[in-house]
Ligand binder design. Structure first.
Ligand code: C2E
Ligand code: CA
Ligand code: CA
Ligand code: CA
Length: 278
């Protein structure tokens, strides 16, 4: 229709949903797109609830395609995981995050950054060594990086994944379980994972202010984590009532649109300056 023709997003979404050709062509373009600078890392703060400080940011990838416009990560990350192209994405994200951390540290801004890591990255046992060489190259302490991994990323090949996670942990890199409570969760698996932080999926957080079951769930997850010696991050915090509930139940950190969406590095610093003045 006429409307679709004038809306690049609708056109793109239709095309992507209907035609595997578009998906395949996106995948064949991904490596070149990374080299050409079509992808950016944006940064979303994690608020430490007890002291109202921002110490950690999660980096989230953004693809601005010359023809298709903005391609959401949920539309190409799963594909890239299937084709193996995710390795290039992860290497690029790690390098870009380290470069950014170095630039900030040179201006006396000491954030740490959490990077999303996929299953394929974990079974490839070269990941810990490549992270180690990036830390050396940019003169960064290992504690300035967190790896966010999902439980399902570990389930595929638990032996190698746990080996990689233990190597990273021994190096001093922080580890976080992403999307906790969705999909394939098992208490046995959780016990074996050498992690520091548990991220409560936004599916449990978005409706906290009004949904009694979600409140019970989040309260229980926070106490489970605490009893295992883990800190907690709630993602998808969109309002003050949700933040106050998280404070009440002792959740460690909050992430979400109530603070800010993910921003470009320069926008993030501008936001942070206003935030710290308050
Ligand atoms: P995720 O790791 O669970 O990231 C959280 C998602 O929630 C992000 O979506 C973020 O923008 C969104 N979000 C944050 N706060 C709120 C909020 O208050 N309300 C709502 N409704 N949403 C919020 P995004 O950026 O679209 O990323 C989607 C997924 O794509 C991520 O989920 C992650 O699995 C994947 N992803 C993004 N960047 C990367 C990357 O560099 N590498 C890998 N492997 N995966 C990535
Ligand atoms: Ca994440
Ligand atoms: Ca998540
Ligand atoms: Ca996710």
């Amino acid at each position: 229709s006429c409307k679709e023709q004038h809306n690049p997003f609708a056109l793109y979404n239709d095309a992507l949903n209907k035609h595997s050709v578009v998906r395949l062509s996106l995948m064949s373009q991904l490596k070149g797109a990374l080299a050409e600078g079509q992808l950016e890392l944006h940064y979303q703060p994690k608020l430490t609830i007890a002291n109202d400080k921002i110490e950690t940011l999660e980096c989230l990838i953004r693809w601005f395609h010359p023809e298709h416009g903005f391609v959401p990560p949920d539309d190409f990350i799963p594909l890239a995981e299937q084709t193996g192209a995710i390795r290039h994405v992860t290497q690029w994200a790690l390098r870009t995050a380290c470069e950014q951390l170095k630039q900030w540290r040179d201006k006396n801004i000491y954030f740490s950054v959490a990077v999303n890591i996929s299953a394929i990255d974990l079974v490839d046992l070269s990941l810990p060594a490549s992270i180690n060489s990036l830390l050396n190259e940019f003169d960064l302490p290992p504690s300035s990086l967190t790896m966010e991994v999902t439980e399902s990323a570990v389930m595929g090949d638990p032996e190698n994944a746990l080996k990689a996670l233990n190597l990273l942990r021994d190096m001093g890199v922080s580890l976080s379980i992403d999307d906790f409570g969705t999909g394939y969760s098992s208490m046995a698996q959780l016990k074996k994972m050498p992690v520091d932080e548990l991220k409560i999926d936004k599916a449990f957080v978005l409706a906290l202010a009004t949904n009694q079951e979600d409140r019970v769930m989040v309260k229980t997850l926070v106490s489970l984590a605490r009893n295992l010696g883990l800190t907690t991050v709630a993602e998808g915090v969109e309002d003050l009532a949700t933040l106050e509930f998280l404070r009440e139940v002792g959740c460690t950190k909050a992430q979400g649109y109530y603070m800010t969406k993910a921003l470009r590095a320069d926008e993030l610093i501008a936001w942070y300056e206003t935030f710290t003045e308050q």
